[in-house]
Write a protein that binds this ligand. Sequence first.
Ligand code: ATP
Ligand code: MG
Length: 321
Amino acid sequence: MNPLLQVQHLSVGIQRGRTYLLGVDDIGFQVQAGEMVGILGESGCGKTLTALSILGLLAPGIQITRGTIRFNGLELKGLSERELCGIRGKDLSMVFQEPSLNPVFTIGRQIAEPLRLHGSKNKRLIQGEVLDIMDKLGLPEPAKLAAAYPHQLSGGMRQRVMLALAIVCKPKLLIADEATTALDVSTQAQILHLLKRINRDFGTAILFISHDLGLISRLCDRLMVMYAGKILEEGTVDEVFADPRHEYTKGLMGSIPQQNQKGKPLVSIPGKVPSIEEKPPGCPFAPRCRKATSRCTTRFPEPLSLGGEHLVRCVLETEYV
Ligand SMILES: Nc1ncnc2c1ncn2[C@@H]1O[C@H](COP(=O)(O)OP(=O)(O)OP(=O)(O)O)[C@@H](O)[C@H]1O
Ligand SMILES: [Mg+2]
């Protein structure tokens, strides 16, 4: 079966004078219908640029310099804004960290907007669908809440409204970019629960972007570990957890707070993600990798299959087998 989303050799360039510096550097992956896939990585790794490329929402001065993005049998790269508008909010939807609701319209009207935009005309039917989706997402007293304005809601509630808005047209794929990051832990857990329900009840595939491995492991079937614009390791959550092979993945796993470690500082990976200007040659993680050798700075390896869906891109792994 063809994947729902297939990204191949995607590079995203940020314009600097006459050249483009790569914020995403030749990545490829797929998402099957109904699958939950995580993209994990620290700040500045290219997660959002990947999401925005798929959605056709890259800012001026940033563009796809190479690659293809097939969604639901259609090549998205090169579609006009009008064609993209016919897909976004309908089959392909998104929710970001900041709930971006319009302060001057009621909640109900905003949730109804995608339905109106994508063809529903009947006001009563639209109203019914809005209340139904609000109810399904556990928004209390939907009829009353639909008449409220965004500023009357808590942050967690606004994020639920954003989710309602994102899925009211029952999309095939929902991209959630740090959708729970700004929320407190219990609200975060509620949103995760909702995402699971959305996936189960509507068969919506979810691309869940986060710097939090704990959240990804609780939600997703599969994950990709991204660093400085590249995918360094990928596999099912079980495969990667059982046998993390890239030093970066191991470092991220060491950074998860453990229940019994309360009060102890987090182990983090020394150093920081290179900016697009200072990306080193070879493996971009080499300067922070405690096992790096001179070979790591000269080439970036092809993926090595570790069985199942597990792949790693590490010079050391590749050369020692
Ligand atoms: N509008 C922009 N102008 C210039 N550089 C940008 C822009 N957007 C992203 N970048 C650069 O591209 C790289 C990838 O950024 P991106 O926003 O995709 O990271 P991210 O993984 O989503 O990080 P975060 O976890 O902080 O959201 C970074 O080096 C970032 O500085
Ligand atoms: Mg981001």
